[in-house]
Design a protein around this ligand. Structure first.
Ligand code: CAO
Length: 414
């Protein structure tokens, strides 16, 4: 038995943020029915295609374990079927542009009338306010949620990160909202509206940067690379690769950095492990030197300290550095490329990286479920073809007979 077995999700999501959320729920056992426009479906099916006429990796990697029904919710017959689906589902998830579902004729008031137990969950770019009507994609959310202004180097432009904190990050937030609402429904018997704005999701993930904004009013941020020589402005600055926590950290070069862009390791010079680190890099003289042997003394010399650490790491591969520093309790981690992650046996063993078979594409790699539950194991199955389950869903979930299905097809409703 899976954790969400028996829960049925009417999945109107598209692109990345919403599909991330419903994919997680599908992995936990929910029956996720992806509703797609007849003919075209989710736009990502055709985006960034690597093989002509085959669902893109963008689509397949975000829509595992779901069923697909085509349905035109703007046609009269399509609306009738949509209403029946709302009646049969526990959750309606969507991430259309603001107001799209209202324009289809299905505002929240109507949806809850049709099914008072339903949870109506949405991702939008912004919450109520000046930008509430705007369409938003990943990098816009990173910019408007505080990610970009605090990422990058002090002398460079605002920078977006490779991690999809706007899309997948908000999808994660929404998934939590949905399961929490399902839990509350156990007590109240009622559904509710769950909304996550991408700006809010990114800001939540940038929490420590708002912390620093307030600390800044009491003096310079001593752990930032701008200290003690650079200037601080009025807002939390970009901190390069400096550690976000209370312990100094930096990315340092390893052997082969001249030709391998990922021959680097992140090292944290945590006070508790400093003795071992200093000895390992051949600077045991620091331990008797009052100019070096306390965290406070080192704070103004972090560049010099990491320069010394780097002299040592440059003589070793990032994996050798790990092998030496880990037993000394020095927190560190190699910069791993996507290629290295794809090949990493331990990630394959845990199902974090999975190989999935697809009838048209053949086999491909995907990221599996990162949440491991002892009583609800995840088996990743391929994404559906467009409308693959239309007949089956109309028949099994809605109880339509063959003639009704045929007439819906003739109408262009499905
Ligand atoms: N049947 C009939 N019509 C359908 C349909 C269906 N099954 N599915 C979608 N449509 C219609 C919608 O109703 C909408 O019509 P209207 O414009 O007449 O209301 C239309 O298709 C387009 O939907 P959209 O505006 O959501 O799509 P878009 O490509 O123009 O915008 C996006 C995409 C992502 C910018 C926008 O959906 C958005 O801002 N979403 C919220 C934020 C979000 O999730 N962003 C993350 C995206 S991942 O990077």
């Amino acid at each position: 038995m899976k954790a969400l077995e028996g829960i049925r999700i009417l999945d109107m999501t598209h692109v990345q943020s919403g599909p991330t959320c419903t994919q997680l729920l599908a992995w936990f056992g929910a029956d996720v029915i992806k509703v797609e426009r007849p003919g075209s479906g989710d736009a990502t099916r055709g985006q960034l295609r690597d093989i002509p006429d085959v669902d893109s990796l963008y689509f397949t990697m975000l829509n595992h374990n779901k069923r697909s029904i085509t349905l035109n919710t703007k046609k009269k017959r399509g609306k009738e079927i949509f209403i029946k689906l709302i009646e049969q589902c526990d959750v309606l998830a969507e991430n259309f542009a603001p107001g799209a579902l209202d324009r289809m004729g299905f505002p929240w008031e109507r949806i809850r009338q049709i099914n008072p137990r339903i949870i109506y969950a949405s991702v939008k770019g912004f919450g109520p306010g000046p930008y509430e009507d705007c369409k938003v994609y990943e990098n816009i959310a990173q910019c408007t949620g505080g990610g970009a202004s605090t990422t990058g180097f002090d002398d460079g432009p605002p920078t977006v990160t490779g991690a999809q904190i706007g899309d997948s990050g908000t999808g994660l937030h929404l998934a939590l909202g949905i399961v929490t609402a399902l839990f509350q429904r156990e007590h109240t018997g009622r559904g509710q509206r769950v909304e996550c704005a991408m700006q809010d999701g990114v800001l939540n993930l940038c929490r420590v940067k708002l912390r620093d904004q307030q600390r800044l009013t009491h003096g310079p941020l001593q752990e930032y690379p701008q200290f003690p020589n650079g200037l601080f402005g009025e807002a939390t600055p970009r901190s390069g690769n400096a550690s976000g926590g209370g312990q100094p950290g930096s990315v340092v070069k390893c052997k082969g950095w001249e030709h391998d862009p990922n021959a680097y390791i992140y090292v944290i010079a945590q006070a508790a492990a400093f003795d071992g680190l200093a000895r390992a890099i051949g600077r045991s003289d620091w331990l008797d030197d009052p100019g070096w042997n306390t965290p406070a003394a080192r704070l103004s010399k972090l560049d010099e300290m990491f320069g010394e650490i780097e002299k040592w790491t440059k003589t070793k591969s990032k994996f050798t550095v790990m092998e030496v520093l880990n037993p000394l309790n020095v927190p560190c981690g190699p910069v791993l490329s996507m290629r290295e992650l794809a090949d990493e046996p331990s990630l394959r063993a845990t199902g974090t990286v999975v190989e999935v078979d697809h009838p048209i594409r053949g086999s491909y790699l995907s990221v599996g479920c990162p949440i491991k539950m002892s009583e609800s194991p995840v088996e990743v199955t391929r994404s559906p073809l467009l409308g693959e389950h239309t007949g089956e869903i109309l028949q099994d979930v809605l109880g339509l007979d063959g003639m009704a299905i045929e007439s819906a097809r003739e109408d262009g409703a499905v």
